[in-house]
Design a protein around this ligand. Structure first.
Ligand code: GTP
Ligand code: MG
Length: 301
């Protein structure tokens, strides 16, 4: 009875709530930044039971991402590395709108709400990250940093299969946060989502529901830096496990990826079966960056 009422009610009165965010995606070369964004924009094989209702491109650049997903990833090919552009203004700014369904409780019961997340994500080439570590006073780097400072949230993407890079990542983050602070009191950056990619690989997949544990085991130094930043009252940190490619099967799963190379730098791969391409956990960090709430349904599977 209640369920029926809820069902009718959900059909009658969806409530729209907006949450806007200006996000920046940073990470090392080949950490999976472009694949993450392209898979998110394309949203292949949408599952009707998922809280994500749809992902729509808002600008032309986002539409271009969809074309990359369709013409490259879905053909089982590898994305080309992103060029390091002339200045921060030339970096593509992908504007996406994501509609997420959820239930909100009030005194009178539960009511459905549709949260519209509008995110502007800039995808810097991985060299930006290396430049933060090795260069300083460089004009181009400075314009990137200024641009990062304008963001409210940062998605720090790391290749989950590259734990040997922990020390590099910790150093990079330290420099980045230091440089952001130096500009003027740290800017607006309030949330950092430490997001591990390529988590369809077996060793990561088993712990996908405990990303903090994966981070603790694989990236202890980086985690230490992040926790230090948060404990100084600069903002908050959360941990996420994602895969742009996902897994095959439901009960007995296997990675839907085909490895091309694997070394200290991490893994490069292509999608194994593009027809069954189902990314994992891509919206969870964005939802948290926009709202400050963790929505576990987005990490189901
Ligand atoms: N197995 C697996 N491989 C992935 C995933 N996401 C990206 N990759 C692979 O990782 C490599 C790098 O991905 P990109 O998205 O181009 O990385 P990037 O961070 O944009 O790299 P730059 O543009 O060079 O800074 C490619 O071989 C991708 O196919 C994933 O979820 N799983
Ligand atoms: Mg790229």
């Amino acid at each position: 009875m209640i369920l029926k009422w809820l069902k009718n009610k959900s059909e009658e009165v969806p409530t729209f709530l907006d949450a806007e965010a200006t996000l920046r995606v940073i990470g090392d070369r080949a950490s999976g930044k472009t694949a993450y964004m392209a898979s998110l924009a394309y949203w292949p094989n949408a599952d009707s039971s998922s809280p994500v209702q749809d992902v729509t491109p808002v600008n032309e650049e986002a539409q271009e991402l969809i074309n990359q997903a369709r013409n490259i990833l879905e053909q089982g090919l590898e994305l080309p590395p992103t060029d390091l552009n002339a200045s921060a203004d030339d970096v593509k700014d992908y504007l996406l709108s994501i509609a997420v369904k959820s239930l909100s409780s009030t005194k009178t019961g539960l009511f459905p709400k549709i949260l519209k997340l509008t995110v502007g994500c800039k995808d810097y080439a991985g060299e930006f990250f290396a430049d933060v570590v090795h260069k300083s006073g460089d004009a181009k780097l400075k314009s990137y940093l200024e641009d990062c400072r304008a963001a409210t949230g940062l998605m720090f993407l790391v290749d989950g299969t590259a734990p040997r890079k922990d020390a590099d990542y910790a150093r990079g983050l330290d420099k980045l946060l230091g440089a952001l602070n130096a500009v003027d009191g740290g800017g607006k950056m309030k949330r950092i989502a430490f997001t591990m990619t390529k988590c369809e690989i077996e060793q990561l997949w088993v712990n996908r529901h405990d990303p903090r544990k994966i981070a603790e085991a694989r990236f202890p130094q980086t985690r230490h830096k992040l926790e230090g930043w948060a404990s100084l009252g600069n903002g908050t940190v959360e941990y996420f496990a994602t895969s742009a490619f996902g897994v095959l099967g439901r009960e007995f799963t296997q990675p839907n990826s085909k490895k091309l190379t694997r070394d200290r730098q991490g893994t490069t791969s292509v999608i194994k079966d593009p027809r069954r391409w189902r990314p994992f956990g891509l919206v969870a960090p964005i939802y948290w960056l926009c709202t400050g709430d963790r929505y576990r349904e987005l990490e189901r599977e």
